[in-house]
Design a protein around this ligand. Structure first.
Ligand SMILES: NC(=O)C1=CN([C@@H]2O[C@H](COP(=O)(O)OP(=O)(O)OC[C@H]3O[C@@H](n4cnc5c(N)ncnc54)[C@H](OP(=O)(O)O)[C@@H]3O)[C@@H](O)[C@H]2O)C=CC1
Ligand SMILES: O=C(O)CCC(=O)C(=O)O
Ligand SMILES: [Mg+2]
Length: 743
């Protein structure tokens, strides 16, 4: 295993838009970092790279790749870790299958994803793919809690140039529908473990037959262990009622889940929504669908593709059309292509989709291509009330005003696979009616639920040390930014009750003098924060893992238009630094645009902020004064970048991602040339600053000249490095200037 040098920054190769942006930005970063003796190393943690790393025996020497994720996971536990992590695909099954197909077509002899594995080989392949799917990277690398906020420069920019916000009508019919009973929230049970132990998860059938589903759940003293389940019969009734309600209220029907991060439970819930919308189809054609390997959990798109070759394919398609015609109007992902909310489980991810709706007057897109009010179905009630509160607030008080509104930064608990992040290998569909138990090693039943076959049961664990670290991070952040902090915890929830006890125990370990720190249930905390936000006041949200995810898209999207502009730091518990770029995802739509018209709308501000934080961390941990100068000058350059509004424009003809990188490089070189702390460094950059400044027009012309034509990058999930490099670096003048840097 390669171990990173301590004066190295690891930059991750990921997927989709951030990967493409990397081809343009990384050469700039490498050139500048080299002047401070900082090596920038890359590691491939893309979906394709992770897949290939699973099957070394099936690949040729040239094709084989290292397991970079395992390497970085180990590094994240070391004090020298300094990792810049770009968003990666947390793959749904349809995305995983598409990536496998692409790799096979490129000549990689990897197995198909086995839908129902029976042979030993198939079982092994399935286990390998299960490791790769869903949120497989973040829980491994995030060995610390999360600190996400909009930097002051970004907030000021949004105040000066407010983004578009759709007006809200007091007549809006948009609402959230949630179960409120028989769901994860209401069935939750939680215990705090007294001693280190190894727990097991056991299903006890009605006739007493015991099946051990998992027997290696290691827990430490003080660890919070929870379990809960979604009653599937109640879920089905609920979904059927909401479909009728949406029709009745004449609003769009939409389902919002996190089928990627909650990679085991949420695709199943999504599948129930698909079945609820097409109530007879899945019964009538059950055999043919099984034969074709179609699972409702994969969505309508997979079903329609399979229908092309099924004996009764035409009838299946007709049944789909009929149900869509007769049911409520469906919220659309892409009305021009007929892609509905139920097509692909990863298309409507709650954290990004709900704020996008709130920002757009509470509307989603209907099948007719027009915006309309929607019923946002969020089955589990744990956090649904947050969105309902925001919607009610907008209905009562109108849209938020980015030019005056305050901010809600987040301190999120996620270290050591805290809470739902750790549930993936502890989520099961109950194999039969009976009980699900969490047992201590001496057989004591710690938690028990009576379940029916198919109920979605899951357990999570949250270690004590991360909780303590999270409380400290919250207090430190409240102090550093002189802002009230609210722990979003609900005393009526079993898990939250245990967390409240710990928060109350650990808070007094800190100097709280003059700080405002409160504990409120999520909906109440939302109302409190919104009341303040409208007055221009800031309120830190201190939350568990899922709300960390939700809030760090919700508030940034309302406040600054996108979560791409967030500063997103994970102080690793062992002293290293993980610097995430923005708080959003990998923007699949942007890749399509690049391929169709050679235009990449990806905004790399998140990368700029992460890079400055990473240089600063390196400067402090390795006593590298030049790295500190790189950090400070980059911060100033990013400020100028914002002032001059050099983010990608939305339309062809303006600068895109590549042009924005050029401007960053130019402002950064100018700052480096101007600084007086290190004359040699200033000297080294003066030539570059001069070249970039005097060639601004030429370089922008070279970069913009390529726009409008389709391009080939040699693959979607595994593009050719050579082709992507060529596409993303079309300015010979800029390339030459970078090649000429010598410190
Ligand atoms: N940290 C991580 O690794 C994360 C990974 N993901 C993964 O990302 C994929 C897509 O998820 P999805 O929920 O669609 O969310 P995304 O954040 O990828 O996309 C939602 C929309 O946000 C806008 N956006 C986000 N980031 C940027 C940026 N840097 N520059 C410009 N616009 C941006 C775009 O809106 P518009 O086009 O309207 O401008 C985009 O279409 C999934 O595979 C998911 O698993 C998601 C979240 C975090
Ligand atoms: O881990 C994931 O799948 C998504 C993470 C995410 O959306 C976030 O961290 O904001
Ligand atoms: Mg998120």
């Amino acid at each position: 295993m390669n171990s990173a040098k301590s004066n190295a920054i690891i930059y991750t190769h990921t997927d989709e838009a951030p990967l493409l942006a990397t081809y343009s930005l990384l050469p700039i970063i490498e050139a500048y970092a080299s002047t401070a003796g900082v090596a920038v190393e890359t590691r491939d943690i893309s979906l394709a790279g992770r897949i290939l790393a699973q099957f070394p025996d099936r690949l040729t020497d040239e094709q084989r790749v290292d397991d970079a994720l395992a390497e970085l996971g180990a590094l994240a536990e070391q004090p020298e870790a300094n990792i810049i992590k770009l968003p990666n695909i947390s793959a749904s099954i349809p995305q995983l299958k598409a990536a496998v197909k692409e790799l096979q077509a490129q000549g990689y002899d990897i197995p198909d994803y086995p839908e129902s594995p029976s042979t030993e080989d198939e079982k092994a392949a399935r286990a390998a793919y299960d490791k790769v799917k869903g949120s497989a990277v973040n829980p491994v690398l995030r060995q610390g809690n999360s600190d996400r906020r909009a930097p002051a420069a970004v907030k000021n920019y949004a105040k000066k140039y407010p983004h578009r916000m759709g007006a809200w009508s007091s007549e809006s019919k948009t609402n959230v529908a949630t179960m409120g009973h028989d769901d994860f929230r209401s069935n939750e049970k939680s215990v705090v473990v007294d001693e280190p132990d190894t727990l097991s998860i056991v299903h006890v059938a009605g006739d007493g037959t015991e099946t051990v589903l998992k027997d290696d759940v290691k827990v430490l003293k003080g660890e919070v262990v929870d379990a809960t389940f979604m009653d599937v019969a109640a879920l089905r009734r609920f979904l059927t009622e909401q479909i009728a309600r949406a029709k009745d209220e004449d609003v769009l029907f939409s389902v919002h889940l996190k089928a990627t991060m909650m990679k085991v439970s949420d695709p199943i819930i999504f599948g129930h929504a698909v079945k609820a919308f097409f109530p007879s189809l899945f019964e009538e054609y059950a055999d043919q669908l099984a034969e074709a390997g179609v699972s409702a959990n994969d969505g309508l798109a997979a079903l329609l593709t399979a229908a092309e070759t099924m004996p009764d394919g035409e009838a299946v398609k007709a049944a789909v059309t009929k149900a869509l015609d007769e049911g409520p109007r469906m919220a659309m992902v892409d009305d021009r292509k007929g892609i509905t909310n139920l097509h692909v489980p990863s298309d409507v991810i709650i954290d990004a989709s709900m704020p996008a709706m709130i920002r757009t007057s509470g509307h989603m897109w209907g099948p007719d291509g027009n915006e309309a009010d929607a019923l946002a179905v969020i089955p589990d009630s744990s956090y649904a009330g947050v969105y309902q509160t925001v919607i009610d607030d907008c209905r009562a008080n109108g849209a938020f005003d980015p030019s005056t509104m305050g901010s809600v930064p987040n301190v999120g608990l996620m270290a050591k696979a805290a809470e739902e992040y750790g549930s993936h290998d502890k989520t099961f569909e109950a194999p039969a009616d009976g009980a699900m138990q969490v047992r201590a090693s001496d057989g004591t039943v710690l938690i028990e639920h009576t379940v029916s076959e198919g109920d979605v049961w899951r357990a999570c664990q949250t270690k004590d040390e991360p909780i303590r670290d999270w409380v400290k991070l919250a207090v430190d952040r409240a102090r550093a930014s002189d802002t009230p902090a609210v722990f979003w915890l609900d005393e009526d929830r079993a898990h939250d009750g245990n967390l409240i006890n710990k928060v109350e125990e650990y808070l007094p370990e800190h100097d709280l003098d003059g700080l405002t720190i409160a504990i409120m249930a999520p909906a109440e905390a939302t109302a409190y924060s919104l009341e303040r936000i409208r007055k221009g006041e800031d309120t830190i949200s201190v939350t568990g893992n899922v709300l960390r995810d939700y809030n760090t898209d919700l508030f940034p999207i309302l406040e600054v238009g996108t979560s791409a502009k967030m500063l997103s730091i994970v102080p690793l518990m062992n002293g290293g630094g993980l610097f995430e770029t923005g708080a959003g995802g990998s923007a699949p739509k942007h890749v399509q645009q690049l391929i169709e018209e050679d235009y990449l709308r990806w905004d790399s501000l998140g990368e700029f902020f992460a890079l400055a934080a990473s240089f600063e961390h390196l400067a402090q941990s390795t006593d590298n004064a030049r790295a500190q100068i790189l950090a400070d000058t980059l911060d100033r350059a990013t400020g100028t970048f914002l002032e001059n509004d050099k983010s990608p424009t939305r339309k062809l003809g303006g600068i895109d991602n590549r042009g924005s990188h050029f401007y960053l490089a130019m402002y950064w070189a100018q700052e480096l040339a101007k600084q007086t702390e290190d004359a040699e460094l200033a000297q080294a950059f003066s030539q570059l600053a001069e070249t970039l400044t005097s060639n601004e027009e030429t370089i922008v012309e070279e970069l913009n000249a390529v726009q409008g034509e389709s391009v080939d990058i040699g693959g979607y999930y595994y593009p050719s490095g050579e082709k992507a490099d060529k596409v993303m670096r079309p300015s010979t003048t800029l390339n030459q200037a970078l090649a000429d840097i010598h410190a």
